[in-house]
Design a protein around this ligand. Structure first.
Ligand code: KG4
Ligand code: ZN
Length: 369
């Protein structure tokens, strides 16, 4: 089955075609138009600007993605219907509805966080020439014959699975009993982990988005230099809180370094250490309760090398029977391949949406109808 995926929930306009067969999903084509440069000057995503940009580039991206193959190239259309910025979601959803009507294709409404989790089920492409394009209208070498794949560890799809979803807008622990069956165990009560990285990046003048920049600086710093707090690390629930950690960094800067911050690498490393400590500790605690066969990591912050490493080490040490492998780096941040992958597993179960009635939902909670 070939699935066209459409993603416009935030500031990336993305299209992909994936092929699903049995438990395996491969990316046939993929395209991402990032708006990072546009939003950089505002220090964050401006919703109105983002939606307008999605609408402007969508027809061109479809032309580029489908070429002469058009409707023959795929069987099902999968679109992110939420959560996200409502005006941005609207562009993807209405594009998908129009295509579904015009080409008579079944439509699947994908939850963005379910999409992030599904990135774990995509075969890794081992060909080093293949790179996710993050510049406008670039298509990677889409001649599939030239790509080599490493099948995702089948064990990643052993259920029940526990997923730590860490993105710019969400931090959640999700129990997955099967493809498409989700139960929310806990979530952040204030800022998301990615948001905390971004805000710390902003405080340190590292630009937008701050996450990758903070992680890079952290590589050269001492993670034990500054004892930042680990909010809610001992609470018995599976919720998170990151706004206090960000405030602690702000206060440290105010008190210690009202002018400039020479130990920027130490600040980044110590902040990252605190955030990773909480994320890993809470995931292990939830795993002890629900006894998953697999532990999955998903969302933009899953690109964080320290988090990938630490979660792997702690699971191996404390939960030796659980399988834990981080998702392919290429599919951690927003992309449409993950949406198409989630759409494949839904289409297999015939969980279709109606183009006449599908509406975007800005606050669609994973697992909710
Ligand atoms: O999943 P995503 O692409 O978008 C949302 O759905 O929100 O996640 C983007 C988030 C941003 O907050 C970004 O700073 C963060 O992921 N991020 C990172 C890293 N790479 C991206 N955070 C920490 N370390 C990284 N290496
Ligand atoms: Zn995302």
């Amino acid at each position: 089955m070939r699935i066209l995926g459409i993603e416009t929930s935030c500031d990336e306009t993305a299209l992909a075609i994936v092929e699903g067969k049995g438990e395996r999903v491969r990316v046939a084509r993929e395209l991402v138009a990032s708006q990072v440069k546009i939003h950089k000057k505002y220090g964050g995503v401006v919703p109105e600007v983002a939606a307008r940009r999605h609408a402007e580039v969508m027809p061109w991206m479809l032309k580029k993605m489908l070429g002469r193959e058009r409707a023959r190239a795929f069987d099902v259309i999968a679109v992110t219907a939420g959560p996200g910025l409502i005006t941005s979601l609207r562009v993807g959803v209405d594009t998908a509805r129009s295509l579904a009507y015009a080409w008579g294709k079944p439509l699947v409404a994908v939850n963005h966080l379910a999409g992030h989790i599904a990135a774990n089920f995509i075969d890794e492409i081992t060909n080093t020439k293949y790179q996710i394009p993050n510049t406008k209208f670039q298509i990677p070498n889409s001649n599939r014959k030239s790509l080599s794949y490493k099948p995702f560890a089948i064990s990643r799809a052993r259920f029940p699975a526990l997923a730590l979803v860490v993105s710019g807008g969400h931090t959640e622990l999700v129990l997955m009993r099967d493809h498409g069956v989700y139960e929310l165990l806990g979530a952040t009560r204030d800022d998301a982990a990615g948001e905390a990285f971004d805000k710390v990046g902003k405080l340190l003048g590292l630009g937008y988005p701050g996450g990758p920049a903070v992680a890079k600086r952290a590589e050269k710093g001492d993670p034990h230099a500054i004892p930042f707090p680990r909010p809610m690390i001992h609470s018995k629930d599976f919720d998170f809180s990151f706004s206090g950690l960000k405030t602690a960094v702000a206060q440290y800067l105010d008190v210690q370094h009202p002018v400039g911050h020479p130990d920027i690498a130490d600040i980044c490393a110590s902040f990252q250490e605190a955030a990773v400590d909480v994320l890993v500790e809470k995931t292990i605690r939830a795993a002890r309760r629900v006894k998953p066969k697999t532990i999955l990591l998903a969302g933009g912050v899953a690109a964080n090398k320290e988090l990938r490493k630490r979660l792997g080490i702690e699971v191996a040490r404390q939960l030796p029977t659980a399988n834990c492998r981080p998702p392919p780096m290429k599919f951690t941040t927003d992309n449409a391949a993950m949406i198409a992958a989630a759409g494949y597993f839904m289409a297999r179960k015939k969980q279709f949406a109606d183009w006449r009635t599908l509406e975007p939902r800005a606050n669609w909670e994973i697992g909710a109808e």
